[in-house]
Structures are given as C-alpha cells and as structure tokens.
Design a protein around this ligand. Structure first.
Ligand SMILES: Cc1cc2nc3c(=O)[nH]c(=O)nc-3n(C[C@H](O)[C@H](O)[C@H](O)COP(=O)(O)OP(=O)(O)OC[C@H]3O[C@@H](n4cnc5c(N)ncnc54)[C@H](O)[C@@H]3O)c2cc1C
Length: 477
C-alpha cells in the first residue's frame, strides 16, 4: 500500500503542460485579435475547441462559400481540448456498459461511428506538415484490483458476442506486464483501434487548418449572449455577430443553460506529468507507446511522451454545482494529490523523480454517458455536449453532425443515436449535486479500498450503490 498524499508535490495550475508545449512549438504566437465591431456571417461558432474547429472545417469543406466565424473566450485549445489525456479511441473500451444500457444494436452503431472518427482524425493527424505526436499503438485497459477483473471480462465478452475479436484482444497478466511492468497491473485487453496524441497540438493544428481554409477566428472574445432572431445576434464585450446559424461548441460552458442543465453535469479530471524519465520507461519495458487505463469508474489513465515523460490522469475531481464553473474544477489540490498518489503507486520506480506540472478541468457528463447534438427551439441554434470524458474521438462526430445540422442535411449523422435518443435527465438541484458528491466520495473510497486489498467501509458501499438503486446509468460501479 502506497501512502496517499494529502498535498500534491505540485499544485494544479493553468495552462496545462500540453498547451504550454504546443504554444512554445509554435514560437509563442500572440492570440488572434478580439472582435471589436459588428459583423455578419452565415455561421457563428461559439468555442474554439475540437467541437467548434471540426464543425468549422467540415462546413468550409462541404460549403466553401459559407462565411464561418469562431469566437473563443481564451485561445483555441484553452479549454478541455488543450488539457486532456490525449487518448483517442472509439466506443469499444466501454462497450459492455453501452450494451447493458442500450443493447447490442446501439453498440454496433456507436463503434461504427467511433471507427469513422478514428479514421478521420488519423487522416488529419498524419497529413504532411502536421506534428501532433500521433501514436497509433492501441490502448491497453488493465485491471488494477481483483474487483476490476470482472469489468475487463465483460468488455471481452461483449466484443466476442459482436464478432470484434480482432479489435479487442485479451491480454494475460504476463502479456500486460510485457508491455509495461507495474506491480499493480493484472490481466487486461488491448484495443487495437486506439491512439494517443498531444491534445493541445491537435487543437492548434485544427486552428491552423481552419484559418488556412478561410474560417475567421476571434480569440479573447467571450460570447455574452445569443439573441434569437433572423438573423441571430451573438453579443460579445466590444462587438456583435449577425448570423443565420449559431453553433454552441462550449463544452462545460453550456451546462449553465437552463435548457441543457438538467441533462449534463460538470465532473472534473486532474492530470500530472513527470520530468523526463526515459531510463525508467526502458527499465519497465514501456517503450511501445500504448496508452493505458484501468477499469475503475473514476479512471486512472497513463501515457508517455516522445521525450520520455509519464502523463497521468485521474477522473476523480470535484463536481460543480448547478452547471456553474467554479475554481475547484481547475485547481483542486486533493485531486492532483490523488493523481500523483496513483502515479507513484503504479510506478514505484519513480522514487524521488519530480512531477513537472499538474492541471485539471471540467468534464461535461451527460445523464446517460453519451454526447448529444441537436438544434434548440426556436431558431437555428445548434449545440453539442455531454462527451462525458470521451471527447477526443467523439468531437469529430460532433463536428460532422453539427455541420450537417447547419446545412439542413438529413444523413447518417443527424439520424444517429447521438441525435435521435431521448435526453435523460439528472435529478433536479440541489439534490443532484448533494447526491452526486456523496456518491463520488463513496465510490472513491470503495475504489481505493479495492486497490489496497481491504474491504470498503459499509457507508461507502451503501453510497456507491445509490445510482444503481435508482436505475441510473452513470455513476454506477
Ligand atoms: C483533464 C481532462 C482529461 C481528458 N482526457 C480525455 C482523453 O484522454 N480522451 C478523451 O477522449 N477525452 C478526454 N477528455 C475530454 C475531452 O477533452 C473533451 O471532451 C473535449 O476536449 C471537448 O471538446 P470541446 O471542443 O467540446 O470543448 P473545449 O475544448 O472545452 O472547447 C470549448 C471552448 O469554448 C470556450 N468558451 C467557453 N465559454 C465561452 C464563451 N462564452 N464564448 C466563447 N468561447 C467560450 C472555451 O474557452 C473552450 O476553448 C478529458 C478532459 C479533461 C478536462
């Protein structure tokens, strides 16, 4: 048992290590000028993360004359797109959960879209002149405790049932250890369709591609309001955009809207990255570049960088109240400490090697765990959110879908499960936050007890069972 840190060795800070690295790689360019006047556009996209940028690129590709404008509060990549783990994969890793919640046909549909997205992202990331550290080495999901073994088995069984044995490959404990040695890795599986990327470099490469294709981007320009009309008016501090279509690509920035709030809550995830430790990676045999994650509900995820660092995240950060972003989802020291504890526990060889940076950010969790895209009534205001911590791949689907909605197309994207299903809702506030926080603490306590090989306290087990007792699809273990 590794003693758990009460304080991380490095407090969470902005920007993420990824964004800092990506901006340095570009020579630290200044932000694009803010909007200072009233302009007209065909489509105004709010938010310059993956969702907004993929939507803009798809629109310009499919309708080259369309005037597309993006307004971004900070800089493109300043949100979750510039701070995530960089794990890119479709829907196989959670296929057992989707099968239990929606049935096998929906799993077939989800994995089909996931594979399309993976191909689309791969094509972009491997194009000449794009250097985003695309590493197509698959992802290993391993069991980190006896309690997690069954979760791995369920994914393998689902893949077998759906005939995907070439995509989801079981690994014995010895086979997992061969790819990366840790005293706590048990048996697992390898998802062939999985890659890692430098997430902020991807956001910045999308920004560059959008600019090259004629998208107009204003940075340091928060949208303050959208007045619905014909055209709609997007108000910013010193300007406005009159546009026929508006796309809300705001991720966690959407969760305070009264029409979205019942369906999405902000959880948070925290990451730490080490100084370069290439000698350790060689020693433990982790030289294949695979991303790794465990089978907890509040996932631990690990990956490497080309200069031999280990970047690691824990999905156990605090929950926001009422969809309003609070500092705790960016700067929670206890969450950074939990991530660092797990990092040092899984890789004891780190010894006194340093953590170079820590950061965190909100995760827009939908009530059924899948993203949803649609058009709000009245008017032509389209939106996408609810990625639930799995957005690097799914934002490509979001971009294609939102572009289709803007263009009024009836196609496979607009008819997909992401658009057609009924939106599930969380309980109303303050119940959902109070219960959400209680269940979160209970699940963390149970998962830590599992890892330490001791029984979880009874109150924690009871708290962790609340979502299942109420038939909820998220927050269950
Ligand atoms: C720590 C962490 C780790 C993660 N790891 C993974 C992972 O490994 N794999 C994975 O698939 N997913 C992961 N995710 C989730 C993934 O990062 C997101 O789902 C994805 O980036 C969402 O993209 P987006 O464009 O919708 O949102 P964002 O990138 O957040 O973009 C929204 C943009 O809107 C801007 N904005 C907000 N309000 C306004 C306003 N009023 N006006 C104008 N602009 C505004 C923000 O500044 C932001 O840039 C992780 C998330 C976090 C936080």
């Amino acid at each position: 048992v590794t003693s758990r840190l009460n304080q991380p060795t490095v407090l969470p800070a902005e920007p993420s290590w990824w964004l800092q690295e990506a901006l340095q790689f570009e020579g630290d360019p200044p932000a694009l000028p803010a909007l200072e006047s009233t302009i007209e556009a065909d489509v105004a996209i709010l938010g310059g993360g993956y969702t907004g940028l993929w939507t803009a690129l798809s629109l310009r590709e499919r309708a080259p004359n369309l005037r597309v404008v993006i307004v971004e509060d900070t800089v493109c990549g300043g949100g979750a797109s510039g701070k995530n783990g960089g794990f890119v994969h479709g829907y196989w890793l959670s296929s057992a959960k989707w099968a239990a919640n929606f049935g096998d046909d929906v799993v077939r549909e989800l994995t089909h879209f996931g594979a399309l997205a993976q191909d689309g992202i791969r094509t972009f990331c491997t194009a000449p002149g794009v250097d985003v550290w695309w590493a197509d080495n698959g992802i290993i999901k391993f069991s980190g405790s006896p309690a997690q073994d069954a979760a791995i088995e369920r994914i393998i069984a689902t893949a077998r049932r759906l005939g995907a044995t070439d995509l989801v490959i079981p690994l014995s404990r010895a086979e997992v250890q061969e790819r990366c040695r840790s005293p706590h890795f048990r048996a697992g599986l390898w998802i062939r369709e999985g890659a890692t990327v430098q997430p902020a470099r991807l956001a910045r490469a999308l920004r560059r591609a959008a600019l090259e294709r004629g998208v107009v981007i204003y940075e340091n320009t928060p949208a303050k309001d959208v007045r619905v009309g014909a055209p709609h008016t997007v108000l910013t501090p010193r300007g406005a955009i009159a546009a026929r279509d508006v796309v809300l690509a705001l991720n966690a920035g959407l969760t305070a809207r009264p029409d979205i709030a019942p369906h999405v809550m902000n959880f948070s995830s925290f990451m730490v990255i080490t100084e370069p430790v290439p000698d350790l990676l060689t020693e433990i045999g982790w030289t294949g570049g695979e991303g790794l994650d465990d089978a907890r509900m509040f996932l631990h995820y690990f990956r490497t960088t080309p200069d031999g660092r280990i970047a690691m995240g824990s999905g156990s950060g605090p929950i926001d109240f009422n969809g309003i972003l609070q500092p705790r989802v960016f700067f929670d020291a206890a969450s950074a400490a939990r991530a660092e504890t797990a990092l040092r526990r899984f890789f004891p060889g780190l010894g006194d090697r340093c953590v170079a940076r820590a950061w965190g950010g909100p995760i827009d969790v939908s009530a059924d765990g899948l993203p949803f895209f649609g058009t709000l009534r009245p008017g032509r205001v389209h939106f996408g959110c609810g990625y639930s911590g799995h957005g690097v791949n799914a934002t490509w689907i979001g971009g294609m879908t939102l572009a289709s909605l803007v263009l009024g197309e009836d196609n496979a994207f607009t008819r997909s499960v992401f658009c057609r299903r009924r939106w599930s809702a969380f309980p109303p506030e303050p119940l959902r936050t109070v219960v959400g926080r209680l269940v979160r603490s209970a699940i963390i306590a149970c998962e830590e007890a599992d890892e330490d090989g001791v029984p979880a306290p009874l109150p924690a087990r009871l708290g962790a069972a609340i979502p299942r007792a109420f038939g909820m699809r998220v927050g269950t273990r």
